[in-house]
Design a protein around this ligand. Structure first.
Ligand code: PAF
Length: 281
């Protein structure tokens, strides 16, 4: 596995691969890797001849009171995981190669997707995500990029940004990796205490119940309210539980069939997000 901090050196290797007509897949991460990330690498390997992964804790997607400073940084362990999973290039850009002037002036934003749901609770978060992913795409210029469906809002936003900006990159969503009790794997799960971890699977059970009820003809709002109250009773502080169009994340029309139930809730120090996509007959 090659390792690069500087994009110029990395581009030399990628250029050789392109000349050899090798297809390049890209998996951007913020590190502190777990099985969920490894499943993205495996998906990427099935889609291309070479896999590039990045580890970059992106400051612009954290709010002032969020966990940027405390975000777990485990680069050497991550590198071992990535090597074992068959990654060809690990790109660990310096802050200066992503934000040459420190503070950035040129932002990328997708307002219809960045201001709702998690974006309403974390102002500026998705603008930071879109901006860093656009810059990483410029450096890596992959044929295909893989993102986890756990971050469903992020996935849709990146798809839209990629089309709007004309990046010739296929965006692939990979299924959420889960623990045995259904809890979606996330680097932030380590903020949970032992007692909180025992409770945390309830978020997946709650949204699965909503999906089942709405798929059987139940009213989305009513079932989301039931789920929200149930989570509150179990010690969560929900930000939202919502059924939305899986295409646009807007409120679904009465005949819309491709739906997703999304939830975000705090449990102790951790903010958990999850979603279940389903079809209404
Ligand atoms: O999902 C993540 O880990 C991050 O939001 C991403 C896409 C790597 C951008 O920093």
């Amino acid at each position: 596995m090659h390792r690069f901090n500087e994009p110029v050196a990395m581009r030399e290797v990628l250029r050789e691969w392109r000349i050899a007509r090798l297809r390049i897949a890209f998996v951007p991460t913020m590190g502190n890797l777990h099985e969920g990330h490894i499943s993205l690498i495996e998906r990427a390997r099935g889609l291309a001849d070479r896999v590039v992964a990045s580890v970059f804790v992106n400051p612009t997607q954290f709010g002032p009171s969020e966990d940027y400073a405390a975000y777990p940084r485990t680069l050497e362990r991550d590198a071992e995981f990535l090597r074992a999973a068959g990654t060809d290039v690990l790109f660990t850009p310096t802050i200066a190669s992503i934000y040459p002037f420190g503070e950035t002036e040129a932002w990328v934003d997708v307002p219809s997707l960045s201001g709702i749901l998690c974006g309403a609770v974390r102002p500026g978060h998705f603008r930071g995500v879109a901006t860093v992913v656009a810059r990483l795409f410029n450096h890596v210029a992959p044929d295909v990029a893989v993102f986890g469906e756990k971050d469903f809002q992020q996935l849709l936003l990146i798809r839209r940004m990629t089309i709007d900006l004309g990046f010739p990159i296929e965006i692939v969503g990979a299924p959420t990796a889960r623990d045995q009790d259904g809890l979606a794997l996330s680097s932030r799960n380590q903020y949970l205490s032992v007692e909180e971890r025992a409770q945390a699977g309830a978020i997946y059970r709650a949204i699965t119940t909503v999906a089942g009820a709405v798929a059987s003809g139940g009213a989305p709002f009513e079932h989301c309210e039931i789920a929200r109250k149930a989570l509150e009773e179990q010690g969560f502080v929900p930000d939202y539980v919502e059924v939305r169009s899986a295409q646009s994340l807007q409120l679904p029309g009465p005949h819309e069939q491709d739906l997703v139930v999304l939830a975000a809730a705090r449990l102790g120090r951790a903010r958990l997000i999850d979603n279940v996509r389903f079809t209404r007959p």
